[in-house]
Design a protein around this ligand. Sequence first.
Ligand code: ATP
Length: 367
Amino acid sequence: MAKIEFKGLTKRFGSLTAVDHLNLTIPDKSFVALLGPSGCGKSTTMNMIAGIEEPSDGQILFDGSDIVRVPIDRRGVGYVFQNYAIFTHMSVYDNLAFGLQVRGLPKAQINAKVQQVAELMRLEDRLDWPSGTLSVNEMQKLAIGRSAIVEPSIFLLDEPLSNLDAAFREFMRTELKHIQRQLEQTMVYVTHDQIEAMSLADHIAVMNRGVLQQYGTPADIYSRPANTFVAMFIGSPSMNLIPCQITTEGETELLDVGSAGRIAITDDALRQAARAAPSRDVILGVRPEVLDLVPRAATGLGLQLEVDLLEPIGPRTVVHLRSGDTEILAVKDKRYGTQELEAVTAIPPQAACRLFDRRDGRVLGGA
Ligand code: ATP
């Protein structure tokens, strides 16, 4: 059992606040990613869970008990860093067995566990190899195995895949998920790679400048970003954020996008968001893959744009659209037939749109 709770968790280094009043609950046996750009406080948060850094303020609770004063070795936490921490002069077997020997387990039990974890990590045919002769990929697998073997109730992984080559990283993503399911541990995973976080985690905590921006399932964070920072950070290409002004014509609210035209609001949630907006200056958020594109002549609705550039990426084409200062991306199937310089109308499906306040980027409502 290991539920982790942060209550007002804060870490200051001199005048810099690296983690600012973090409130978060990580459920037992869940896989949670701390995601954000470099310097947003992810590693500092991990170091406080592990006991390497002491909080300046606030609490960290494991299953309801504050552990801030509990020494590192009594927290039941395993930690894997970006740079594999293994004893390169020892064999793979000895590296895996080390933590169990320190705990005084009987030899037969150690043998059985080493075999089990070696199989899980697919290192069973390397057990007698000196660890220093392993490939970079295998060394990181060994580092993960070495921490996992002592069955910590909490497993902290700080960018464990970033030194690995791309193909192996993908393989390890899947493996890590299997390992977490099998070992039934609470895993906290630090990454700046949104794809890694989206594919691995049950829940993602998006951080920026020490402040939690949003905490939710990958699907929620993708479709319902809480602010423009999250909207931009998640997704590739990221959400279109289109500056516009709310205007009214009779009973109808419209979003005025300058030279690209105006969109009459027809969706109830979007209308409510527009009515709640404290200022007329807003940002319309729409994911590139949901944007409908139709030939210009077909309709007077939507945004009038010109195809600026076509960017084929495997099965999809990123369509760069422009009108004056307004730049918008659409993602279409590679068979989508359009030409550069073609005039098109982009229709944002309103049930999938978000409206943000232009002053501070927070969401006003919508999908
Ligand atoms: P990265 O992915 O680059 O490691 P991060 O999100 O993990 O980034 P942290 O390493 O937690 O960020 O750092 C958060 C902020 O705290 C940064 O501005 C960093 O320079 C600062 N910081 C971290 N550790 C210390 C320290 N021991 N002394 C002073 N400042 C620190």
